[in-house]
Ligand binder design. Sequence first.
Ligand code: FES
Length: 105
Amino acid sequence: MTKVTYDLPDGSTEHVDVEPGETLMNAALRNNLPGIVAECGGSCACATCHVHLPKQYTRFFAEPTDEETDLIAYLDAADDDSRLSCQLVVADSEAEIHVRVADSR
Ligand code: FES
């Protein structure tokens, strides 16, 4: 079980236990966390699941696909650490991960 801390757009913080195979987007929706809209349902087509993933946590996830990188390029709030949370699949680990949720509303 991976422990994920979400820094939310309203300034609050939430901690969520995420099962292997679940995306950070799905875990956020499952817990009704604000900021992640996920309009396309996780098919890498909307970018309303934007998060900032600090460099020290990138090793826990696959590299972004060209499709994800292209979508992020169109975001005004994009930064070097931007990822789409629907593409961040949690592996089977005891990792503790911290992400900052961009406000996608
Ligand atoms: S939910 Fe649409 S791109 Fe992630």
